[in-house]
Design a protein around this ligand. Structure first.
Ligand SMILES: [Zn+2]
Length: 294
């Protein structure tokens, strides 16, 4: 029986830089950038576009029933693809319904039904994947030996359905990926600082963290993923760390967690909580480069 303090690793977060790429402010994980020859990835901010208030200024979501805003989001997606030298025609964007569902993209030109899924996985090069966020946790997983990619949207409901772990399982099951060859980036999302919630939510989240049989976890380890006290009497789960923990428990080699809290930084990010619900969506996008094709 092995005892390891995975929670301490899951709780580590890193300051990611905001860089201008073709004039667009983008954030990248230093860990994923180690594989930049094979993998393109980026997290967008709310800045750099012309989207009107209260969705200013680089909204990628088509979640509001407004034709002009939807067209603007498509335009912004095309700007993002151009900045990353990705082809908009092959862009795959799941509907995002707070599920634990992930689908595999196995053809460049077509996709399975994406309306009711919150994650996509592929081994195809030149197929950009995009999900959007306003506090929920974006997770990009890359298997660098077989060159496999998955990206998921993990709000508390998706996290409670272990969507990040599901993505690891899917890459193993469908493509023969190995967890130890996987690296993952947990992007900008709401921090424990801004996320008081109910005991029932915490309970559901913690149920996803049962360790494999050969790993013994001290109970204190898991407790450290939920903060208590502060202004609110409510518990404050660390959604980013809980996702990182799911990945580490699934055997993922290395996880890079972004320290930005979307709710603390309305100058940089869209935040559902901070805005009261009327706001835009930033993106998390990734694509395997064609020169990386097997
Ligand atoms: Zn915060």
């Amino acid at each position: 029986m092995q005892t390891i303090n995975l929670a301490a690793e899951a709780l580590k977060s890193n300051q990611w830089e905001i860089k201008s790429v073709s004039g667009l402010p983008l954030i990248q994980s230093p860990l994923l950038n180690r594989y930049a020859g094979d993998l393109v990835h980026a997290f967008t901010t709310r800045n750099g576009g012309n989207t009107k208030a209260p969705y200013e200024s680089f909204n990628l979501g088509r979640h509001v029933q407004d034709d002009a805003l939807k067209a603007d989001a498509l335009h912004n997606r095309s700007i993002l693809c151009t900045a990353l030298e990705a082809d908009l025609r092959y862009l795959k964007v799941p509907g995002q319904v707070h599920s634990g569902n992930i689908v595999t993209i196995s053809e460049k030109d077509s996709a399975p039904e994406l309306a009711k899924v919150d994650g996509v996985a592929t081994r195809l090069p030149d197929v950009p994947l995009l999900l959007h966020f306003a506090d929920c946790v974006p997770v990009i997983i890359y298997e660098h030996k077989k060159k496999l990619l998955a990206i998921v949207h993990a709000g508390w409901r998706g996290t409670a359905q272990a969507i990040a772990r599901n993505a690891v399982d899917l890459l193993c099951r469908e493509f023969g990926g190995g967890p130890s060859a996987m690296v993952a980036a947990v992007g900008p999302a709401i921090g424990t600082c801004c996320y008081p919630t109910g005991d029932d939510v915490v309970q559901q989240l913690m149920l996803t963290l049962s360790p494999p049989e050969n790993v013994k976890l001290e109970i204190d380890d898991l407790d450290s993923l939920v903060k208590a006290g502060g202004d609110s009497e409510q518990p404050r789960p660390d959604l980013k760390a809980i996702n990182a923990m799911q990945l580490l428990l699934a055997g993922v080699g290395e996880v890079d967690v972004c320290s930005f809290c979307t709710s603390c930084r309305p100058d940089i990010f869209y935040s559902h909580r901070q805005s009261g619900g009327i706001t835009g969506r930033q993106g998390a996008t990734a694509m395997i480069r064609s020169n990386a094709a097997n």
